[in-house]
Design a protein. Structure first.
Length: 370
C-alpha cells in the first residue's frame, strides 16, 4: 500500500480552479452520549487543545472524562438541538451555500467552496478531495476564528497539513490566519448589535465575551488574548460606547488552572448586584456561528447567574451566523487573500481555446515515435 493518497483522475486541458475551504470546530452528529463520546474523543486528543503529556492525558480522558462527560454534554445539546440538527452545523452549511453563490457571481473565474470541520463531519479529507476532484490547483483555507489561537486556527491548519503530507500533487496553498481587526468583520459585528438594539433597546452595559484559554498559552506566545482585546475595543469604538458602557471578559474556564481574565461568570455576577446595570446584553464576537457554548452556556446559564445576583434584563445577541452582512464580509476577506490568483481577463472562451491547445499538444507528443 502506497504512503501517498490517490490523486484524482486528470485530463490534459482540464480547467484549473480556485478552491476555498471554510472550516470550523465541529459538532457531534446527534445529542446522544454515544455521539458525544466519539466527538469528544477526537476533539480532546488534539495536542493543540490539551498539552498534557499524552499517556497521562489518555488515561484521564478514557477513564474519567469520556465515562462521565458525554451524558452530561448530551443533555445540554438536547436543549439547543433543532429539527435540522446542530445549530453550528446548520449555520455553517448555510454560510457555505450563500458564500458559494456570492463568490461565483462575483468572479468570472471558476471558484469552488467547501465546508470542513476539524472534528467530526464533514471532514477535511472530504472537503479537500472534493476540491481536488474539481481540479482546484489553488486552495485557500478560511478558518472561521476571527482571533488566532493555537487551539483553534492552528488546529485547522494542522488538519490540512496532514493531508498535504501524503499528497503527491500538492496544490498552491494560502491560509487566513486571523481577521480580528478587519473592517468588514467589525462592520458586520456593529450592524448585528445595532439591529438587535433597534428591536430590544440599548442596555446599561454591553458584555463582550470571548472563549477562554489557559493563561499559560498567553505566557508561551499565543496572541489570542491581545487579538480579543483589540476586537472588543474596535467594536466598542464603532458603537461609540464609553468605557463604562462595555466590558470585555472570557468564558468557559475548565479545570483549576488560571485562565484569561476577567471571567465571564464573575463579571455578570457583579453586574447583577449593581443598581445601574440591571439590563445587560452579551455578544460573543469570536463565534461565527451559534453553538452549544453561546446558546447554552451564555444564553441560558449566563442569564440564570445574572438573575440570581439581582439582575433584571439579560439578552444574548446572536452570532453573525448567515447574516447578509457577514456573508458579504467573508467575501471581502476572501478577496484580499486571493489577490494575485484571479485573472481579471479570464473568460470561458479564452480558457476553452487554451485547453484545446493543451490537448492538441498532448496528442501530438503522444504520436511521436522515438
Amino acid at each position: 500500500m502506497s504512503y501517498f493518497r490517490s490523486e484524482p483522475s486528470y485530463k490534459h486541458g482540464d480547467t484549473p480552479k480556485i478552491g476555498i475551504i471554510i472550516s470550523n470546530l465541529g459538532t457531534p452528529e446527534s445529542p446522544t452520549p454515544r455521539a458525544l463520546r466519539r466527538y469528544l474523543g477526537q476533539f480532546l486528543m488534539d495536542r493543540r487543545v490539551v498539552e498534557i503529556p499524552r499517556f497521562i492525558w489518555w488515561l484521564i480522558l478514557h477513564f474519567i472524562i469520556l465515562v462521565f462527560r458525554p451524558s452530561a454534554s448530551a443533555k445540554k445539546y438536547k436543549q439547543i438541538w433543532t429539527n435540522k440538527g446542530s445549530p453550528l452545523m446548520v449555520n455553517a452549511k448555510e454560510q457555505t451555500r450563500l458564500l458559494r453563490i456570492l463568490i461565483q457571481k462575483k468572479y468570472l473565474e471558476p471558484i469552488e467552496v467547501e465546508l470542513a470541520m476539524s472534528y467530526g463531519q464533514p471532514s477535511f479529507d472530504k472537503a479537500y478531495d472534493k476540491l481536488r476532484s474539481k481540479n482546484c490547483t489553488k486552495i485557500l483555507l478560511f478558518p472561521l476564528y476571527p482571533q488566532y489561537a493555537a487551539s483553534s486556527t492552528a488546529s485547522s491548519m494542522d488538519s490540512l497539513w496532514r493531508i498535504l503530507l501524503k499528497s503527491r500533487n500538492v496544490p498552491e496553498i494560502r491560509t487566513i490566519r486571523n481577521y480580528h481587526d478587519q473592517p468588514p468583520y467589525i462592520t458586520a459585528l456593529k450592524k448585528s448589535v445595532q439591529d438587535f438594539w433597534a428591536k430590544n433597546g440599548k442596555p446599561n452595559k454591553l458584555v463582550i465575551s470571548f472563549h477562554g484559554v489557559p493563561k499559560k498559552s498567553l505566557m508561551q506566545g499565543d496572541p489570542y488574548h491581545c487579538e480579543c482585546l483589540k476586537t472588543g475595543r474596535l467594536l466598542a469604538e464603532s458603537l461609540k460606547l464609553k468605557e463604562d458602557e462595555y466590558q470585555i471578559c472570557f468564558q468557559s474556564r475548565f479545570g483549576k488552572a488560571e485562565w484569561l481574565k476577567p471571567y465571564f461568570t464573575d463579571i455578570i455576577s457583579a453586574l447583577g448586584q449593581e443598581q445601574k446595570n440591571k439590563k445587560i446584553h452579551v455578544v460573543c464576537p469570536g463565534f461565527s456561528s451559534d453553538c452549544l457554548e453561546t446558546l447554552e452556556e451564555i444564553n441560558i446559564e449566563g442569564k440564570n447567574i445574572f438573575m440570581e445576583h439581582g439582575g433584571q434584563e439579560y439578552d444574548y445577541i446572536p452570532a453573525l451566523n448567515a447574516n447578509a452582512e457577514w456573508i458579504n464580509a467573508m467575501s471581502e476577506i476572501i478577496d484580499t487573500n486571493i489577490h494575485g490568483w484571479i485573472d481579471q481577463k479570464w473568460s470561458s472562451t479564452k480558457q476553452k481555446k487554451d485547453s484545446n491547445k493543451t490537448k492538441q499538444e498532448f496528442n501530438r507528443v503522444r504520436k511521436i515515435k522515438l
